[in-house]
Design a protein around this ligand. Structure first.
Ligand SMILES: [Zn+2]
Ligand SMILES: [Zn+2]
Length: 316
């Protein structure tokens, strides 16, 4: 793992190592914490970043400038808004595979209901309702876990890795650059936006399509995969000043990531509200300081410092 990700933020970086030793010794490492110690004030203060104009302002409200008011700015070398033929192929393959999986799940549900021996209307109705409820619950669990996974992955891309990180290097740079140029995402056509995640999903989809699994597990994995793969679309909708009306309704009901909630992630130091599918998990994860604890363990295990901490130190 250590050699897989050569991160720019090793603890050997001399400028930051001193502060981090204090921080971890006293605040982040529970078994070394002492009641008399107080971390230096400058470690706890929120840095003030020069924020450029963006689609979501610091209060989380949508920019009055509207969609596509600013020209796209790219941080990944060779990045473009163009959609290539191979992106069409992977996106169509991914959508068709998910559609086939959803149809297969519905088919499996119908078969298990119809195979049940008819006793009376009430008993059969109760059985059918139970089967449908179980599948609906797995579908919901997939959606919930996808939101959590999107947060975890987003947290990793924002805070660790760089252009030299294998496989996901470009994604690291793109996510880190998104904080500086958040409006660029609003320019991306659908296949350009989800092309990479669809490409990465192909092996997962092939496994799901070829290996027979219990129908409930298959329902869960299909739902999970679908929401993870298309998380960038829900992210883009949260940045649009005028998303489709039905999407806006789902955002208001917190079924999809709302602009207001995602706006809180775009406030410096960019270290909370990482989930980008529905944002349902965001408050809970922030309340239990999930990412703080995770960063603490990452530091203990590999001596990696999260980017938002390094930038907070730089800003002082
Ligand atoms: Zn971010
Ligand atoms: Zn964003």
């Amino acid at each position: 793992m250590l050699c897989l990700f050569q991160l720019p933020c090793s603890a050997s970086t001399p400028i930051y190592s001193y502060k981090w030793h204090i921080l971890f010794r006293c605040k982040w490492v529970p078994f070394l914490r002492t009641s008399t110690f107080h971390a230096p004030r400058n470690l706890c203060s929120t840095p003030q970043y020069p924020m450029k104009l963006k689609m979501i302002d610091s209060s989380g409200t949508k920019s009055a400038k509207g969609k596509k008011s600013l020209q796209p700015t790219f941080t990944v070398q060779g990045d473009t808004l163009q959609v290539y033929w191979h992106q069409y192929v992977v996106v169509i393959t991914s959508i068709c595979s998910f559609a086939a999986l959803f149809v297969r799940n519905i088919q499996a549900t119908i078969i298990s209901i119809s195979n049940h021996e008819y006793e009376s209307f009430l008993v059969s109705f109760a059985f059918a309702s139970q089967v449908i409820a179980i599948h609906a619950a797995y579908l919901f669990m997939g959606y919930l876990v996808a939101d959590f996974a999107s947060g975890l992955y987003h947290w990793f891309l924002d805070n660790y890795g760089n252009e030299n990180t294998p496989i996901i290097g470009k994604q690291c740079v793109a996510f880190q650059g998104h904080h500086q140029h958040p409006w660029t995402i609003t320019w991306r056509p659908f296949c350009n936006l989800v092309g990479t995640s669809c490409l990465l999903s192909i092996p997962f989809l092939m496994v799901l399509l070829t290996i027979p699994l219990p129908s409930s597990l298959q329902t869960f994995l299909t739902s999970f995969g679908f929401f993870v793969v298309f998380a960038q679309q829900t992210h883009q909708w949260a940045h649009l000043s005028k998303p489709p009306r039905w999407i806006e309704m789902l955002q208001q009901k917190n079924i999809l990531l709302s602009t207001k909630q995602h706006g809180q992630h775009h406030k410096p130091p960019f270290n909370k509200k990482y989930c980008i599918v529905s944002g349902i998990c965001n408050d809970f994860l922030d309340n239990i300081q999930f990412y703080d604890k995770l960063e603490r363990w990452v530091y203990i295990l590999w001596r990696w410092i999260p980017r938002h901490r390094m930038e907070a130190d730089k800003a002082e």
